[in-house]
Design a protein around this ligand. Structure first.
Ligand code: PEP
Ligand code: MG
Length: 325
């Protein structure tokens, strides 16, 4: 099977009834940039910029960062690359940045909440990304943990200020497409208000599930209850998919769900046509996509949305997959 999957890795991810799905790779380290291409990734759907920061002992300069970002872009010429701004703080502290001990780190000073309070950090990173993006129309910028209009507006203001600053300095730049991670549940109801502000959204199902279920995804005690196939998560994903379709807003999924075969069937059923995952999972997911029709995934989803528990949902999905072998 492994050889077969590998052989098919350069074929397009298209359902039997012709729906084209874009498969991208998640990345954070230089080391997983090239495997992405080997496994047939059509771009980088989530570059976790905090990773290069975390493996260093001091803050990378603007130039250091620009080199990292430029290198990534150069390997994915003419392919989309989605840079997520720093998602640090709380449980992902940087040894060389201020930390505050909090009772609930997952609900605390992390992601955009952290960088908006440490603006020089955000500004330096944006300068490096915009400069590295010069001459490239395929660079995307993604904001983590956005939960309010005030936060989004503040980020956009900083972005446009940085852009203007670089233009004034005569530095060649490109303004990336701008989007948010949909991972804090409070942003869902706000999406319709943000049509003019966003070029795309990417659903971070890891955190979204954690926050919808009020379950620490890493806890040894309650982690056993954590399941993105929980009906409440699926109904919420359906709402996001429907909203983005109505808004004509491109949507992708970049959490772990995007590489779970059963979940992928359901995401397809919802009309989601872009998935980003760890590169090694791409061949299997592509193979699944190539064995189903969109109509089948819609029928499966309709059945799944009638269920009141994740166990029954997983069973339905697995039965469906077994019937395809
Ligand atoms: C997510 O929350 O689903 C996500 C992709 O981001 P991370 O796992 O880096 O928090
Ligand atoms: Mg997240």
């Amino acid at each position: 099977l492994e050889t077969r999957l590998q052989a098919d890795s350069q074929l397009p991810a298209v359902t039997k009834d012709g729906v084209r799905i874009t498969l991208l790779a998640n990345s954070g380290l230089q080391a997983d940039v090239l495997p992405g291409l080997k496994y047939g990734a059509e771009g980088i759907g989530l570059f976790r910029t905090e990773v290069p920061f975390m493996i260093r002992s001091s803050l990378p300069s603007e130039d250091d960062q620009e080199i990292i970002y430029r290198n990534l872009i150069s390997h994915y010429k003419d392919k989309p690359v989605y840079f997520r701004t720093l998602d640090i703080g709380a449980d992902k502290p940087l040894s060389y940045m201020p930390v505050v001990k909090e009772d609930n780190p997952a609900l605390g000073w992390r992601g955009i909440r952290y960088t908006l309070d440490n603006l020089p950090l955000l500004i330096t990173q944006l300068r490096a990304i915009l400069t590295a993006a010069a001459g490239n129309e395929q660079v995307h910028l993604m904001l983590p943990m956005i939960a309010s209009t005030e936060q989004l507006d503040q980020c956009l203001a900083v972005l446009h200020e940085v852009h203007q600053q670089l233009v004034d300095e005569g530095v060649p730049v490109c303004l990336p497409k701008i989007g948010i991670m949909v991972e804090v549940p409070s942003c869902i109801a706000l999406l319709p208000f943000w049509r003019k502000k966003l070029d795309f959204i990417s659903i971070g199902t890891n955190d979204l599930s954690q926050y919808l279920l009020a379950l620490d995804r890493n806890s040894p005690l309650v982690g056993k209850w954590y399941d993105p196939l929980h009906p409440s998560v699926l109904h919420e994903l359906m709402r996001i998919a429907t909203t983005s379709k109505q808004m004509n807003l491109p949507v992708s999924v970049c959490g772990e769900m995007a590489s779970d075969p059963v979940a992928v069937l359901l995401l397809l059923g919802m009309g989601i046509q872009q998935l980003s995952m760890s590169a090694a999972k791409i061949p299997l997911i592509k193979w699944i996509i190539r064995t189903v029709t969109q109509a089948e995934t819609e029928a499966l989803l309709a059945q799944v949305l009638q269920q009141d528990n994740a166990t029954a949902i997983r069973q339905l999905g697995e039965q469906f997959l077994a019937s395809k072998q």
